[in-house]
Design a protein around this ligand. Structure first.
Ligand code: ATP
Length: 329
């Protein structure tokens, strides 16, 4: 397997701020790789380091086996799609898409042919004469994508590219981007703070916090087997159970995560819990529960009765749903 991007002990500090702190990372060719984390966790800085807009304070970056520290952005075979699209408002769509090729000196006929091909790829044929202001947000997003793809990059960097879109369009574009990535086989590195987006699109996800990668793995790994309290909390708001309680359940003194959807209401022989509140989420209802002094939340599917706040119910879960987090604090 060829490695597209690798970081060896890469740091990028801004004064006292450790934006990226001693990160090791390896992204395979053809992979759809998501960088997930809260605001300020260092995702964008990692992307800018790959693009060449930032230089590491220390450490070493390779793209397809070549050291890139002294390679300028335009010679890295990498393109970026920005959240705000960064289209030129005074140029029509075809010239926006063909811009990179023009800079590289390609003649007009050839670059327009390539731009039309790229517009077809993003399902926007025939829009070439319009200006960015005459397109919807979703269409502008597609133009930004076409403008990057026309350069046939080996790695495409996407910085929250769907952030400005409404939920429905966002979900549609998630599907389209994933399909396009599979079709082209280009390595995608996708930055997002939306865990649903990362889990649904990526082959692998790196979860960032405070400039460090907390965990890298498949969406299933990250969701079902979080290695730390931070990952359990951030990816899908899991219940994190304290070691004392876990010891009573399993005999092992360790933190454990328990997904809200794994909790079932049973008629008898469960753990007694008092319902302390609920919030309606559409497809299901989240209820909060007190088991003695332990607070947890559970998801009740829409087709089931929501127990009344203040009532005492019995809850249960499969032993395999309790995921022990060794060494988590
Ligand atoms: P967001 O989702 O909000 O974009 P992020 O995870 O992408 O967040 P970064 O943009 O990488 O985070 O920022 C990481 C940290 O580095 C933040 O504390 C930020 O303020 C700081 N930082 C980033 N760029 C600079 C800069 N040019 N100068 C000073 N500090 C910076």
């Amino acid at each position: 397997m060829t490695t597209a991007v690798s970081f060896a002990k890469v740091s990028r500090h801004f004064g006292a701020v450790r934006a990226v702190d001693d990160v090791d990372l390896s992204i395979a060719e053809g992979e759809f790789f998501a960088m997930l984390g809260p605001s300020g966790s260092g995702k964008t800085t990692c992307l800018r380091l790959i693009a060449g807009f930032e230089q590491p304070t220390s450490g070493h970056i390779e793209i397809f086996g070549t050291t890139v520290e002294h390679v300028p952005p335009y010679r890295r075979n990498v393109n970026t799609v920005f959240q705000d699209y960064a289209l030129f408002p005074h140029m029509n769509i075809i010239d926006n898409v063909a811009y990179g090729l023009m800079i590289r000196g390609m003649n007009k006929a050839d670059r327009h042919a390539a731009a039309n091909e790229a517009l077809e790829l993003v399902a926007l044929p025939g829009y070439g004469e319009r200006r960015p202001g005459q397109l919807s947000g979703g269409q502008r997003q597609r133009v930004a994508l076409a403008r990057a793809l026309v350069n046939k990059p080996k790695v495409l960097l996407l910085d929250e590219p769907l952030g400005a879109l409404d939920l429905k369009l966002r979900e549609q574009m998630q599907e389209e981007l994933k399909t396009l990535q599979r079709k082209l086989g280009i390595t995608f590195v996708f930055v997002t703070h939306d865990q649903g987006e990362a889990l649904s699109m990526a082959d692998r996800v790196a979860v960032f916090n405070d400039g460090k990668i907390q965990q890298v793995g498949s969406p299933q790994d990250i969701y079902q087997r979080p290695q730390s309290r931070f990952v359990a909390d951030f990816v899908g708001s899991s219940n994190v159970l304290e070691p004392d309680f876990v010891k009573q359940l399993t005999g092992k003194e360790s933190f454990a995560s328990l997904r809200p959807e794994a909790i079932r209401i049973v008629a008898a022989d469960g753990h007694s819990a008092t319902v302390t509140g609920n919030s309606y989420l559409g497809g299901n209802t989240r209820i909060t529960l007190a088991l003695g002094d332990i607070r947890i939340s559970a998801l009740i599917p829409a087709d089931q009765n929501v127990p009344e706040t203040g009532s005492t119910i019995q809850i249960s879960w499969q032993e395999s749903d309790l995921h022990l987090m060794e060494g988590a604090q």
